[in-house]
Design a protein around this ligand. Structure first.
Ligand code: ARG
Length: 463
């Protein structure tokens, strides 16, 4: 197979490009992953040109046939990518001309690489949003499954990483689920703005040909059309917006990972991540390291880095297109890859997680987690909250001194701190009583967890 070595865009230049400059300015090494979208965009463009009689039907057919052949060549790894042809667009166009001759030279009528690349990136991102959505959905599914299974399982809830009040493991899982629901909403919202057609803006000012942008949009499945040609070729907000959705999602996964790392330590020993998601140490035989959550925490910084990369890329650019924009692809692609991998591994890891209810219960018993319940109990008996707070503080101090949880103190011991305490106090001092009592919308009671899960399922069916 031969592709002309002559550059398609260099007639004005009398000297050849410096060999290293050619390599330095090329993007084909990384933008070739958009070949499907580039071909799809070109087919739509040619079809539209034929519909307005800029191309004849026969020319259009030849072009489409040539582009389809090229697609097959690339699919089959038979395409010779060339740095001399700079990017994915020119590689394909040069090959088209080599394949079908003179007619191939007409494809670029009324178009520029500036609107072409903006279209390709949007199409590519749009295509990747679907697999991202399904991995996110799968992770949510895993969380719902664990939440359901562990709706009654009790662990200490923390503030300041100090035991605060008992919560149910199901409730804890549903907290992460809620965050992922917001992430999915952000992705949906961002998708609306990704799905807008730049093609037709040409280099920056539009074209003198009677193009039909509505038709191109329809052929490519774009819901909107970029309404200003200058903005169309230079806008990369959509990529920044996607990256910001990704940053927030990774931040959530990173926080979640932090908990899994703490919980799987020997000191906590609340969960088992499953051998398939951990590795051993080359020197310490006893180790089972939570590599996956650690790596997710680490990869979050890559996505943040890409975010700053894209924002900084845009901040000094005057209208319209500038070559700087070629640098948008690697951070965007890296974010897409990182996100897809992270979601995938997380969905699988959460589906395989097992919990250790005994250890969690013992930890909750050790931390005076039902102290607030005792205070609330006293308030219900007519004691003012501040006074109740003090009574409980003294009871806890006594418990610490005698190495007993509040529920292990005798009625007499408790009554020494307040004569309002009677034997019904033990119902509120147990862990199960404590969580069951928080029985309102958004509370930790197993009852409420189950209803939150039911609601989540009903919302998912609607989507
Ligand atoms: N490879 C370029 C990019 O990624 C395509 C657009 C080039 N346009 C130009 N006028 N040099 O942005």
């Amino acid at each position: 197979m031969t592709t002309p070595k002559k550059k398609l865009s260099s007639a004005r230049l009398t000297q050849p490009t410096n060999a290293f400059v050619e390599e330095f300015t090329a993007s084909v090494q990384f933008d070739q992953r958009m070949y499907q979208q580039d071909i799809e965009g070109s087919i739509a463009h040619a079809t539209m040109l034929a519909s307005v009689d800029v191309l004849s039907e026969q020319e259009c057919e030849q072009i489409i046939e040539g582009l389809n052949t090229i697609r097959t060549e690339i699919d089959n790894d038979e395409f010779e990518w060339s740095i001399a042809q700079e990017d994915v667009h020119m590689n394909i166009e040069a090959r088209l001309i080599a394949l079908i001759g003179e007619v191939g030279k007409k494809l670029h009528t009324g178009r520029s690489r500036n609107d072409q690349v903006a279209t390709d990136v949007r199409l590519y991102l749009r295509d990747m949003i679907d697999p991202i959505k399904s991995e996110l959905f799968r992770l949510q599914e895993s969380l719902l499954m664990v939440a359901e299974r562990e709706a009654d399982t009790i662990l200490p809830g923390f503030t300041h990483l100090q035991t605060a009040q008992p919560v149910t493991f199901g409730h804890h899982m549903m907290a992460w689920y809620e965050m992922l629901v917001r992430d999915a909403e952000r992705l949906e919202d961002c998708e609306k703005r990704v799905n807008s057609l730049p093609l037709g803006a040409a280099a920056l000012a539009g074209t003198t040909f009677p193009i039909d942008r509505e038709l191109t949009a329809k052929l490519l499945g774009f819901e909107r059309i970029c309404l200003n040609s200058l903005d169309a070729v230079s806008d990369r907000d959509f990529a920044i917006e996607f990256n910001s959705f990704a940053s927030i999602l990774m931040m959530h996964l990173s926080r979640f990972s932090e908990e899994l790392i703490i919980w799987s330590s020997a000191q906590f020993d609340f969960v088992d991540l499953g051998d398939a998601f951990c590795t051993g140490s080359s020197i310490m035989p006893q180790k089972k390291n939570p590599d996956v959550p650690e790596l997710i925490r680490g990869k979050t910084s890559r996505v943040y880095g890409n975010m700053f990369n894209l924002l900084t890329l845009m901040k000094n650019q005057p209208l319209a297109y500038n070559k700087d924009n070629q640098e948008d692809k690697e951070p965007l692609f890296d974010t897409i890859d990182t996100l897809l991998g992270s979601l995938r591994v997380y969905a699988d890891m959460m589906a395989a997680i097992t919990v250790k209810p005994e250890n969690m219960r013992n930890a909750a018993l050790r931390g005076y987690a039902t102290a607030t319940d005792l205070a609330d109990y006293l308030v219900r008996k007519g004691v003012a909250f501040r006074d109740a707070h003090e009574v409980v503080g003294l009871s806890v101090a006594y418990g610490i001194k005698h190495n007993k949880d509040l529920s292990e103190l005798t009625l007499e011991e408790l009554q020494a701190f307040s004569d309002q305490i009677s034997d019904d106090v033990f119902e509120v001092l147990t862990l199960d009583g404590s969580v069951a009592a928080r029985d309102h919308l958004g509370g930790t009671a197993p009852n409420q967890v189950r209803s939150a899960i039911r609601y989540a399922h009903s919302q998912r069916e609607q989507d």
